[in-house]
Design a protein around this ligand. Structure first.
Ligand SMILES: [Zn+2]
Length: 478
């Protein structure tokens, strides 16, 4: 049995499987394994995943989510559409799949081309004795190898043919920053696996960021400066605008609605590349984007001030600045914490949040597992839950978490928003029961006090008008 290689595309695996098996020709092997010799073998959404799953024993879900480009498309689909698409893929109907995702309407169907990195091919030959197609390189918007920072080579191929990437030594050209950024974005999205970006949240993420960047005004409602946005977006991606797909999106005359049209048509799915170009333009990194997404999902609005309110776990003011200064000056965690009279754990947390180098090794956990834990932490699973499902200790998960200071902050903010949501809901329930502030306060005093401390503005906007003193007196008399 031939195993599938890391990040290998299904197409690539099928070819190697057939080659390895000693059939006189590839065609006769295909006939045996797939029952056909004339499928669209290199199509983006293969119609033969179930067959590959059957003869290899690799679960269908694993092939779909780790070895096909589907996750990047799925991220922008509604749950309902995603379920239908997955059903179609399972029964092997690839034509309907593309129309289900409205890719036909988007007119950005991938042409018959496959991409490869000449340096990856050399590495793979050395490590696995095989050259193979990497699924990462086939993702929408991936035009550079993130690992080697070089341009991918585009290989025109008839979809009916079965070929592995060329192995002759090719010159590699270094890729532009824009190319690497776009490719990294697409790969990061792929790594999130089965995470769906809900369109109503995504819309607000874009809107709020446009406000922050001055590309939209926010008075009573958000108004986007469409022309200016479009111009800046085009300029930003100028270095990669010779790529046919990117140029198609940015320069098409009739497509003037882009990027603003991403906001309209709730059920419409747009090609992932259209979103990736917007995300890459608006955000520094994918992590920034997804952090913002998680916050908006939890109820963050651009006017909310949250900075100092997340401190509630730590009690009163701690001499943070002094600890940071000591750590930066090379004091050990132990020394810095005892000097400032805080716990070692607290000093360590500060070091992490502020990116001060501490011991970051996590023994005994391999890279794919680490990535998996990272992903789970990112989408907000609890450390206990992760430890449980992965059969490792909570301590190990926490140690990995500590390697990503930005993740620590994100999770802290998410916890804050979760709390805020809970207390807001409690208050609203009480408002339905009582009409005076006093009554409401008595009904949910814990939430009332929390909101008073942390969410003052919202609390007073939401509470019924206070009864003026005079009237208070009158109502007592009655
Ligand atoms: Zn490479």
């Amino acid at each position: 049995m031939l195993g599938i290689l890391p990040n290998e595309s299904i197409y690539s695996y099928l070819i190697r499987y057939c080659l390895k098996d000693g059939y006189p020709t590839l065609t006769s092997a295909l006939k045996y394994y797939i029952g056909s010799t004339s499928k669209q073998w290199s199509a983006q959404f293969p119609s033969f995943i179930s067959q590959v799953s059957a003869f290899s024993g690799i679960p269908f879900q694993q092939l779909l989510f780790e070895h096909s480009v589907y996750p990047v498309y799925r991220a922008f689909l509604s749950k309902g559409v995603a379920n239908k698409v997955e059903e179609l893929l399972q029964i092997g109907s690839s034509l309907n799949v593309e129309s289900k995702m409205s890719l036909v309407a988007n007119r950005l169907q991938a042409s018959g081309e496959l991409k490869y990195c000449p340096l990856c091919v050399q590495d793979d030959l050395e490590n696995y004795a095989w050259e193979y197609w990497h699924i990462q390189h086939q993702l929408p918007g991936v035009i550079a190898c993130v690992a080697h920072q070089c341009k991918l080579i585009v290989f025109q191929i008839n979809r009916k043919r079965l070929l592995l990437p060329p192995t002759e030594k090719n010159i590699h050209l270094s890729a532009s920053d824009a190319a690497i950024k776009l490719s990294t974005l697409s790969e990061s999205l792929f790594e999130l696996n089965d995470f769906i970006l809900r369109s109503e949240v995504l819309n607000n993420v874009y809107r709020y960021r446009l406000v922050e960047l001055g590309l939209a005004t926010n008075n009573s409602s958000i108004r986007i400066k469409v022309t200016q946005w479009r111009e800046q977006l085009k300029q930003f991606w100028e270095p990669v605008s010779n790529d046919p797909q990117i140029s198609e999106i940015l320069n098409k005359h009739k497509c003037w609605q882009y990027p603003a049209n991403l906001f309209y048509g709730k059920d419409k799915a747009f090609h992932p590349l259209k979103h990736l170009l917007v995300i890459g333009h608006l955000f520094e990194t994918f992590d920034d984007f997804i952090a913002q997404y998680r916050l908006v999902e939890k109820g963050y609005e651009p006017t909310t001030v949250i900075e100092d309110k997340t401190h509630d776990n730590n009690g009163d003011d701690k001499p943070d600045d002094k600890i940071i200064a000591l750590l930066r000056a090379g004091y050990s965690l132990r020394k810095a914490s005892s000097k400032c009279d805080v716990s070692i754990g607290y000093a360590k947390k500060l070091a992490q949040i502020n990116g001060i180098a501490i011991d970051r090794r996590v023994q005994f956990i391999n890279e794919p597992e680490r990535r998996d834990i990272w992903r789970k932490l990112f989408i907000g699973q609890t450390t206990e839950n992760i430890a449980d499902t992965m059969g490792i200790s909570v301590g190990a998960v926490e140690q990995i978490l500590s390697c990503y200071p930005e993740l620590v902050q994100l999770r802290k903010k998410i916890r804050y928003f979760n709390k805020r949501q809970k207390h807001r809901q409690n208050l609203i329930k009480s408002i339905h029961k009582y009409t005076t502030r006093k009554g409401i306060r008595a009904d949910c005093s814990a939430s009332y006090i929390w909101l008073y401390k942390h969410d003052h503005h919202w609390l007073y906007l939401t509470l019924p008008e206070a009864i003026p003193r005079q009237k208070r007196y009158l109502s007592k008399e009655k």
